[in-house]
Design a protein around this ligand. Structure first.
Ligand SMILES: Nc1ncnc2c1ncn2[C@@H]1O[C@H](COP(=O)(O)OP(=O)(O)O)[C@@H](O)[C@H]1O
Ligand SMILES: [Mg+2]
Length: 279
């Protein structure tokens, strides 16, 4: 199917990315973090939720080829390569946790690095597009990335990833450590990118805000999926409300605690997945 959309953020590729993950396992050496994970990343914005240590970053690393994986991963029906540079060439880009910018380089230089695969002319075109999409960065082209605020750095990191004209953009906790207003801005950017045709897979700890902008969501706990569904339904589900949104009135501090306790009646899948957990 061909797509043409004269909207911002559309930088390349003609087919919306659709990722199918079947029986994915991955970890570090002998330590298996993800076990037999199956999920589908459809065009639009998919969010992965879950407590610290659940394996969310590990999932993005496995999909980016940064760590070895087992199982089937299909990008628009074709086997995803295992090497990172080949995965990037297929149109997948990762904005890693902690942004990974070059702090001693300017905004422009950081963005140029994101477009290393394309010609000079194409790189210039994408750079111009980046400044259309992220007008705040246009005023800061010569600023050293390391001297920018957290939110600005996150914008540079997302803009740099968009310089590779990805069909699938992976964001690992883009709002981490940002002020509420910047959180909203970053999540709105993720939404706009998805609306413009780049499939977005986003890991987030801001459960409520993430579900408000996402189309679909998965909840990962201890390397296993325990719930999934349309974002609006997930937001209303007892799994999310009880474990992550702190349905109790006295839990207004943080969306996710590091050790969420499931107090309400969990869905059947959750009960099965958690096995030994005392409810
Ligand atoms: N480089 C690593 N080497 C060994 N274990 C790791 C490494 N990175 C993460 N882990 C472990 O893998 C598990 C999942 O971590 P991670 O994917 O970072 O979780 P999340 O992103 O959901 O917080 C944790 O138990 C963590 O300690
Ligand atoms: Mg993480």
């Amino acid at each position: 199917m061909m797509w043409f959309e004269p909207t911002p953020f559309v930088l390349g590729g003609t087919t919306r990315a659709h990722l199918q993950v079947n029986g994915l396992s991955a970890g570090y050496g002998a330590f298996l973090v993800l076990r037999n994970l199956s999920l589908e990343i459809k065009p639009g914005l998919t969010v992965i939720l879950g407590p610290n240590g659940a394996g969310k970053t590990t999932l993005l690393k496995a999909l980016s080829g940064l760590i070895a994986r087992q199982g089937e991963v299909l990008l628009n029906g074709e086997d995803l390569p295992t090497k990172t540079n080949e995965i990037v060439q297929r149109g997948m880009a990762l904005v890693a946790e902690g942004r990974q910018l070059f702090p001693q380089m300017t905004v422009t230089e950081n963005l140029e690095l994101g477009g290393w695969l394309c010609s000079k002319a194409e790189r210039a075109r994408r750079m111009e597009q980046a400044f259309v999409d992220f007008p705040k960065l246009r005023e800061r082209t010569q600023q050293l990335a390391g001297t920018m605020s957290g939110g600005e750095q996150q914008m540079v990191a997302v803009a740099r990833a968009m310089m590779s004209a990805p069909r699938l953009l992976m964001l690992d906790e883009p709002s981490l450590g940002l002020a509420p207003k910047m959180v909203d801005e970053l999540l709105a950017i993720a939404r706009r990118i998805a609306d413009a045709g780049t499939t977005v897979l986003m890991v987030e700890q801001n459960v409520k805000k993430a579900l408000a902008v996402a189309d679909r969501g998965y909840v990962l706990e201890r390397g296993t999926l325990v719930a999934s569904g349309p974002a609006a339904l997930l937001a209303r589900s007892s799994v999310i409300r009880e474990a992550y949104l702190g349905a109790a009135a006295n839990e207004s501090t943080k969306a996710i605690t590091t050790q969420p306790t499931v107090r309400a009646e969990p869905v059947e899948a959750l009960r099965r997945a958690q096995g030994e957990r005392v409810l």
